[in-house]
Design a protein around this ligand. Structure first.
Ligand code: MG
Length: 269
């Protein structure tokens, strides 16, 4: 749903203000951690030796932006190889990382990602950690909702794994048959796992598809974090508030009332 800035939004019984929110649902990559840097380094780790071995022009950072950024992994591999005139078999997703196929190289990139994460770690955005500290101090439960199957490894490398009892990641969504973003289902499931109605939960996202997922559900608040998509675009897609850094929301949290005791249902919390 889209709405012009001067029209009131259909809010129903949505919470609408950060101080009314009881549960916070965070995207991971780009919201809590600058994971794009790890991906960039992993692509270099894959293609630097590969192109050298094939006598092709060396891999550069410009290749990442020209051929890889924003594409699904196998499409990125195919596009980079085309730029060097290298033609190899497609293979399929079950190919071992050692195989010189498009899918084998894509799977090798995932190995390179985990190696890069282990070697370099990833430092979470300080403002996001400050915000997480504040909402957790206020007694609000928190969840991570990420399309990535690497989310647990990224959370661990960032030192954030202990913060989240609920992580709805790519592996969980696949196992449960949940459609990914821009569908709202993974965020809705996270709210359910926290034991809260969606109307008192906030979705915090930096990507177009993620803000769309928040807007498609009946969430109390959709926060857009502008890491490059742009304030106007995030608002048009359904963000109620857009920030450059999450600590901009801290003043709005000062009035958060302590959580009343929550009924325990089924012991999943
Ligand atoms: Mg993201």
């Amino acid at each position: 749903m889209t709405h012009s800035p001067d029209e009131p939004t259909e809010r129903g019984d949505r919470a609408t203000s950060p101080s009314d929110i009881r549960g916070w649902l965070f995207d991971l990559d780009g919201v809590l951690t600058p994971t794009a840097i790890v991906h960039m380094h992993a692509w270099a780790r894959l293609f630097t030796p590969y192109l050298e071995l094939h006598g092709a022009a060396p891999y550069t950072e410009a290749d990442y932006f020209a051929h890889i950024d924003g594409k699904p992994r196998y499409d990125g591999v195919r596009s980079l190889l085309e730029s060097r005139g290298i033609r190899i078999a497609e293979g399929d997703a079950s190919d071992a990382p050692e195989l010189d196929t498009v899918h084998g190289l894509g799977n090798r990139k995932n190995v390179a990602f985990n190696e890069t994460l282990a070697d370099e770690g990833v430092v979470p955005y300080p403002a996001s950690v400050a915000f997480l500290d504040a909402v957790q101090a206020a007694g609000c439960p928190v969840a991570v909702v990420s399309s990535s199957k690497n989310a647990p490894a990224v959370l661990a490398a960032a030192g954030l794994a202990d913060r989240f009892e609920v992580v709805v990641d790519g592996g969980y969504a696949a196992a449960e048959g949940l459609p990914g973003k821009p569908a709202p289902d993974t965020y809705e499931r996270a709210a359910e796992l926290l034991g809260l109605p969606t109307t008192v939960c906030a979705v915090v996202e930096d990507a177009e598809s993620g803000v769309q997922a928040g807007a498609a559900g009946d969430f109390g608040l959709v926060v857009g974090v502008d890491r490059g998509v742009g304030r106007g675009a995030l608002e048009r897609l359904g963000a109620d508030v857009v920030v450059d850094e999450l600590d901009e929301l801290l003043p709005g949290l000062e009035t958060v009332a302590p959580l009343p005791p929550q009924p325990v249902e089924g012991g999943t919390a």
